[in-house]
Design a protein around this ligand. Structure first.
Ligand code: NCD
Length: 325
């Protein structure tokens, strides 16, 4: 599936922060060729699949529809044995620690642990304590690398090149791991990143995410001339102690409707990682409108996760000492 001349050196995928521009390009190229070949991207190939005989465990200790399902499909389409564990059905509800859960999975000779966890840093913690490859499927407000990679794949396919694009990321930026991973990735790839949201939902130092990342106070300025707008859900699960306007007030100021969208480039695309709160951050006419690529993002997610599972398991095979990060 991938060109062997280009090396991927990571046993884990923990965050965009650890990736080089070449690493990002490698994942995007691999995922792009999967998307272009439906015979790979849509069929389960359990006999000759690249992950045949390998076990992928999706350990999702936070709710998820898209990410969990797409990791499951990605693993199955590569021929892996895929097991899903959710918070409600795991022994976490009986008081088992994350470390004991991971040790238990390790004892069953698991090759990849795909982890979603409410705590920032959970994937890094697990990665140093398991023989499996760890793929971060979202850790608290920290990172969601495969979401940023699939968003980048959509941008590349729709716009040709990421460098030089103007991308507005709007809403609850501070508590969103999607915003953080996207800003890091787009900054590394040379896009102009504009962050906009209520003051209590903005990161204190956007430039720390990348030299091309800046904050905007007004949505109209953030969206003006943008090639793409990534809208974010308010991360209510992480909002303890944050004062917030009413939903109606929020959507009036920060929601994306047709009038605000008119300030973007005429061919601008509208993105959202899902789940969408219709009528809050996105007007339904925009969510379902011709500029929305939300469902294409979902399809790209399966391809990106197939590429990532392939790459991390290759790195594992090629580096038996497992000295790489
Ligand atoms: C995002 C997440 O879980 O961080 N969703 C996703 O993975 N598709 C964004 C969100 O929940 O708002």
């Amino acid at each position: 599936m991938l060109s062997v001349s280009r090396m991927w050196a990571h046993r884990h995928l923990l965050g965009i922060e650890e990736l080089t521009v070449d690493d990002i390009r490698l994942v995007l190229d691999a995922a792009n060729s999967i998307l272009d070949r439906p015979e790979i991207s849509k069929s389960e190939d359990r006999k000759s699949g690249l992950l045949r005989g390998r076990t992928v465990i999706n350990l999702f200790l936070e709710p998820s529809t898209r990410t969990r399902t797409s990791f499951e499909l990605a693993g199955k389409r590569l021929g892996a044995d895929v097991v899903n564990i959710g918070a409600a059905t795991s022994s976490v509800t009986k008081g088992e620690t994350l470390l004991d859960t991971v040790r238990t999975l390790d004892a069953m000779d698991t090759h990849v642990i795909v982890l979603r966890h409410p705590g920032s840093g959970a994937a890094h913690f697990v990665a140093t304590r398991t023989r499996a490859s760890v793929v971060n499927a979202g850790d608290g407000a920290h990172e969601h690398p495969t979401q940023a990679l699939l968003d980048a794949l959509i941008l590349k396919r729709k716009k040709g090149c990421i460098e030089g694009l103007v991308v507005a990321i709007c809403g609850d930026v501070l508590h969103s791991r999607v915003a953080r991973s996207n800003a890091l990735l787009l900054g590394k790839m040379g896009a102009e990143v504009r962050l906009c949201g209520p003051r209590t939902m903005m990161p204190p130092s956007p430039a720390a995410l990348g030299t091309t990342v800046r904050s905007f106070e007004h949505m109209q300025d953030a969206v003006a001339g943008a090639d793409a707008i990534i809208m974010l859900r308010i991360q209510t699960e992480r909002l303890e102690g944050v004062s917030m306007a009413t939903t109606r007030e929020y959507s009036r100021v920060y929601g994306l409707g047709p009038r605000l969208l008119d300030f973007a480039k005429p061919d601008a695309i509208v993105m959202h990682p899902g789940p969408v709160q219709r009528g809050v951050e996105l007007d339904p006419s925009v969510a379902d409108g011709p500029r929305s690529v939300i469902l294409e993002q979902v399809a790209a997610g399966v391809a990106v996760r197939m590429a990532v599972l392939d790459l991390v398991t290759r790195a594992r095979k090629e580096t038996p000492s497992q000295a790489v990060s």
